[in-house]
Design a protein around this ligand. Sequence first.
Ligand SMILES: [Zn+2]
Length: 400
Amino acid sequence: MPSAIERSGMTSFEGFRCTDCARTVTEDGATRCPDCEGTLDATYDLSGEIDGEAFESRAGGWKHRELLPFVPEGIGEGATPLVEAPRLTEELGVGRVLIKNEAHNPTGTVTDRGLALVAEAAARSGADTLALPTTGDGGQSAAAYAARAGLLSRSFVPSRATFINKAMINVHGGDMRVVEGRFDDAKAAYEAEREELPAADEETWFPAAPFDSPFRHEGTKPIYYEIAEALEWTAPDAVVVPVGHGATIAGLWKGAREFDEVDVVSGTPRLYAAQPDGCAPIVEAVESGDDPEPWEYPDTVVGSLEVPDPAGGLPAVEAVRASGGAGVAVDDQDLLDSAATVAQHEGLEVSVACGTATAGAWELADEGAFDPDDTVVVLNTATGNKDADIVRSRLMSQGI
Ligand SMILES: [Zn+2]
């Protein structure tokens, strides 16, 4: 089979470059740097003609093929709506607030975008299993895309993962190991089992966690491309992003820089990283000016963001700093209230991770981070029904 580069034709993709030692890898099934285990990142030759009109003339979530390593077949991920939020606009005192609603993806979360690329890369490389430690959504997504690609999936989830995540991993036919404890315990179990893998001819794992391959964060770039197109090829002033592993905010920043560089859009937005204050290693690093340090005692109701040692901590922090944004950490009760407020004021069912971003946006507005005419985008990472029990519990604790 020709390599990705030989097949590229319609893309300006060059290869995957190690962010530590700069070695370039061109195999379809690239995972981490073969020399130093560093993170690989797709690079492109952006000197050619790339224009917004060409994108406008196409449909679907993978229409920006010039800026992708390859186009996966997929099951309808991406091309999600950017929804006006008029009451939030009024409450934040800005020009316009919009919610980029990733709940519309096939398994209801933003992780589907990256997993579509991961599954295709795994199949092309001859692997037979997608394997990952996951807070939950990534496991559900991996199980779905593995099923579609005719692969197995093995998810290591902490016991606290949502019921829907666990149920749907099973429903998709995925293998699941529920590990007592939190995400780091699931990660340790994954790593131990990976060490003990039987002979390679029995089962070949393709690592499907964020930054274990160049595909998860690359797959989130179209979120930004779609936002820019919906805003008639302008950059929003600010994007508030809930941050766990850091893949989404790193991808958004990469997409923003690419669109600015090829002149499809002029300028880039300020990116704001929102985390629960019970697990905020990226916010802490942004504020201290240092590299991210593992969070010692992670404790938040937002399971999807309870990632104490983010694989993409550094690129996430660099994205926030380079964009001129900031970090914001919010209290669990505030973020639950915010998720309910979005449901009550805008009609949208959003994740508690989005509640984190919305509570963060309120706090940022109070601090004067936004101008009165700013266009602010808040990212909803997942469908609200996965978290319905904890938001409802919060309402019941208030006698509602
Ligand atoms: Zn390297």
